[in-house]
Ligand binder design. Structure first.
Ligand SMILES: Nc1ncnc2c1ncn2[C@@H]1O[C@H](COP(=O)(O)OP(=O)(O)OP(=O)(O)O)[C@@H](O)[C@H]1O
Ligand SMILES: [Mg+2]
Length: 256
């Protein structure tokens, strides 16, 4: 079973350094959350893994094989699928066409693709079943929540070994967020390894076994979700529990 290892990654946009030193591990079958404030480097970390941003230092290993330096296409083919921030569906294409595009790395026949859509929509509650009746609608005509479901479903069409999810809950109503996390929980239970970037820490914790906190391009906290729920700094900053004292300034979160 493949394991994803990110080791001492540094990354730049031009001269601006986005990642200083990011290391993390996602074990086979695990769901791991990556938390952090705006601009901390969460998206960049996912982009380095999926080959969209080049690492200036460090390496990414999958199943012991080096991903660093490989093209995004070959990384997808190896089974690492990135569902980007902001959905990025093709608005003029139908839901079905968007889903078909997700299966491109597998080169499936049309009949097989249809079968895959049926299989994937089994994972989805009401909203997914509803979507099935809208396969021929253009993506632009869907609600934000429906679009996010389609974006996740499109990622699943590639039959990922590892799913990289970037802020799936962003901009969605609480009830839709709940449904979406039910889907993510099921995907994880079915054995897909997941690295989940989220600002909604309570929801992220509900489906994850471990989590990392990234601040200014560095991992500052890593622990099991069980331990992090007890960590007063994490409770204050990410779970909205406890007092306000540790929220002041840009200070780093204590790891103890
Ligand atoms: N395309 C880009 N060009 C230049 N700088 C960028 C680019 N994308 C991100 N950055 C910078 O890199 C740093 C990390 O950004 P990143 O998008 O990884 O943060 P993030 O943790 O995903 O934030 P958010 O929660 O807002 O999505 C930030 O300082 C950001 O301004
Ligand atoms: Mg981001």
């Amino acid at each position: 079973m493949p394991k994803l290892e990110v080791k001492n990654i540094a990354a730049f946009y031009g001269r601006a350094q986005a990642l200083q030193d990011v290391s993390l591990v996602v074990n086979p079958g695990e769901t791991v959350a990556l938390l952090g404030a705006n601009g901390a480097g969460k998206t960049t970390t996912l982009k380095v893994i999926s080959g969209l941003v080049r690492a200036a230092r460090g390496e990414v290993l999958f199943d012991g094989k080096r991903l660093t330096g490989k093209s995004p296409e070959s990384i997808v083919t190896m089974g690492i699928v990135h569902v980007p921030e902001g959905r990025h569906l093709f608005p003029g294409l139908t839901v079905q066409e968007n889903l078909y595009l997700g299966s491109t790395p597998r080169k499936l026949s049309r009949a097989k693709m249809k079968g895959e859509i049926d299989r994937i929509f089994q994972l989805f509650p009401a909203l997914g079943q509803h979507l099935k009746q809208h396969l021929d609608r253009p993506a632009w005509a869907l609600s934000g929540g429906q679009q996010q479901m389609v974006a996740v479903a499109r990622g699943l069409m590639a039959n990922p070994k590892v799913l990289l999810l970037d802020e799936p809950s962003l901009g969605l109503a609480p009830i839709i967020v709940k449904q979406l996390f039910q889907v993510i929980g099921r995907i994880g239970q079915e054995g897909t390894t997941i690295l989940l970037v989220e600002q909604n820490a309570p929801m992220a914790f509900s489906v994850s076994q471990r989590a990392y906190v990234i601040e200014a391009g560095k991992v500052t906290v890593q622990d099991t979700v069980e331990q992090l729920r007890q960590n007063s700094a994490v409770r204050n900053a990410y779970l909205g529990l406890g007092g306000e004292e540790s929220r002041s300034g840009e200070g780093e979160i204590a790891t103890s």
